[in-house]
Design a binder for this molecule. Structure first.
Ligand code: HEM
Length: 470
């Protein structure tokens, strides 16, 4: 897709336009459209104006960037030419504080080395048991629902089941095997606070966080609850970690030290924990729900996934060693992440004037990038809208251009939980595919995706689930 030219002499109050974009009455439509249905609006702006679009927002000058090379350049240069101090991450920080995801470069640089050990491969080894247990619980529940229904199966919300399973896995990884009431309180408070942040983003004018509006009061209450749950948990751990081989992520965060002996402060530990709940729960669940929704419409590919599961697992619980033996499950997960990237929006601020795809962008501009659009770019993907997991298989006829596949971002700020997500996603897909079959009930179809903090299926994913004999 080519980039159009900026109209001569076009200005937004005090800011020269440097890229094509909506003007005149289209400006108002743009502002309304972006709030009402951001995904549809971004897609239409891209189709109409090209790979770099300037929106009619003077402060900060705001650009949609969907040129694959330019997106790559922005992500890999974050920390130097680009920062994360944007409206998106500042809203998230109302819940996660300066946790890794929302932190701008200086705070991030200090904390990342301290957080990294919590994602050591020993942690990943330990999550496998929790993944298997969560998968078994899903199968038991569905077997119970479908008991006696035979081939008709039961219609269930697969998305809700994936949300519960993913929360269970990240909860156990963080807090160990004995999930205390504080852990439940903490997860519930984080999610409640996140809901308020999403609701705030939906209204045209949001009062600053200090104004006692109903939304802000709810946010403050949820954040207070989150703070007190984390405090209770951290105080408990300081009395004595769960320790040794069974150390969970909180123990690892509390034990981490920089080369000069500094530890994370209590506030920083709280921010990381809230970040893990936010970043590690809905994302994985959405990817899995998307995979099942796609498989339900494609019985042949579902059969291929089940056949791989039968051959490799033969009905036994999966282990860490199986992750690399399940290439088709991995390809299904990748294709679901391509078509429904949970992190559908990435933003950056320019720290200096730059040129992106031939467009001059001033310092202090907001860059909006969407893996959802990028993953459908016709210059980089054949049949971009088709569900074809085979494109991700080793030895596929046409190799995937990894620079145009960014479900986990790229560069130094790439997702720290990427391996965690693949271990969980691939093993759960294979484990469930060996035991269940999904299809759409009459009139059912692929749900519409709604872009919230992550991209969520509207109304869940209601599928007919038939349990294969165990
Ligand atoms: C399918 C699942 C997941 C997806 C699609 C996903 C996506 C992403 C993306 C796109 C970023 C980069 C954001 C940016 O560049 O602005 C990111 C960062 C991050 N993710 Fe994930 N994520 C997933 C799972 C997880 C899990 C399981 C965890 C933790 C338990 C996690 C924790 C984080 C953290 C802490 C960061 C910030 C990393 C940094 O800046 O150093 N994510 N994730």
């Amino acid at each position: 897709m080519s980039v159009g030219t900026a109209p001569e002499g076009r200005h937004f109050v005090g800011t020269p336009a440097t890229a094509p974009g909506p003007l005149g009455p289209d400006m108002l439509r743009a502002l309304v459209g972006i709030r009402a249905d951001p995904l549809a609006y971004l897609a239409s702006a891209w189709r109409e104006y090209g790979d770099v679009v300037q929106f009619p927002i003077p402060r900060p000058p705001s650009y949609l960037v969907n040129d694959p090379d330019a997106v790559w350049q922005v992500l890999v240069n974050t920390g130097r030419t680009y920062g994360k101090s944007t409206i998106q991450y500042r809203s998230l920080a109302l819940v996660t504080g300066d946790g890794l995801l929302a932190a701008d470069t200086p705070a991030w640089r200090e904390q990342r080395p301290l957080v990294q050990p919590a994602f050591h491969h020993r942690t990943l080894d330990r999550i496998v048991a929790h993944v298997v247990a969560a998968g078994e619980r899903v199968i038991d529940e569905w077997s119970h629902n479908a008991a006696g229904l035979g081939a008709a199966g039961a219609v269930v919300d697969v998305d809700a089941a994936m949300m519960r399973a993913a929360l269970e896995v990240v909860g156990h990884a963080l807090f160990g095997t004995d999930l205390s009431p504080d852990a439940d309180r903490l997860a519930a408070a984080t999610l409640a606070a996140l809901d308020v942040v999403v609701a705030r983003a939906r209204v045209p004018i949001t009062p600053p966080a200090w104004v006692p509006s109903p939304g802000n009061l709810r946010l403050q209450a949820a954040v207070r609850e989150l703070d007190s749950a984390v405090l209770a948990m951290v105080t408990e751990r300081r009395r004595g970690p769960s320790g040794g081989e069974s150390a969970d992520m909180i123990d690892l965060l509390l034990a981490a030290r920089t080369a000069d002996g500094r530890a994370l402060t209590r506030r920083q530990v709280r921010d990381q924990i809230a970040t893990f709940v936010v970043a590690g729960h809905e994302t994985v669940a959405t990817a899995l729900a998307g995979a099942w929704a796609l498989l339900a419409g494609d019985p042949e590919r579902q059969r291929l996934l089940a056949a791989e599961s039968d051959t490799v697992l033969g009905g036994r619980p999966p282990t860490m060693a199986d992750v690399v033996r399940l290439p088709y499950a991995r390809a299904v997960m990748d294709e679901a992440l391509r078509l429904y990237p949970p992190a559908w929006l990435l933003t950056r601020a320019t720290l200096e004037p730059v040129q992106l795809a031939g467009v001059d962008v001033p310092a202090g501009a907001l860059l909006i990038m969407s893996p959802w659009l990028l993953h459908r770019h016709p210059d980089r993907w054949d049949r971009p809208d088709a569900f074809e997991p085979e494109r991700f298989l080793p030895g596929a006829a046409q190799t995937v251009d990894r620079t145009a596949f960014l479900p986990f971002g790229a560069g130094l700020r790439q997702c720290i939980g990427r391996d965690f997500a693949y271990v969980e996603g691939v093993l759960l897909l294979a484990q469930l595919a060996g035991r269940i079959e999904v299809s759409y009930p009459p009139g059912g179809t692929l749900p519409r995706a709604e872009p919230l903090v992550t991209m969520r299926p509207v109304g869940g994913v209601r599928l007919r689930v038939r349990v294969r004999p165990g």
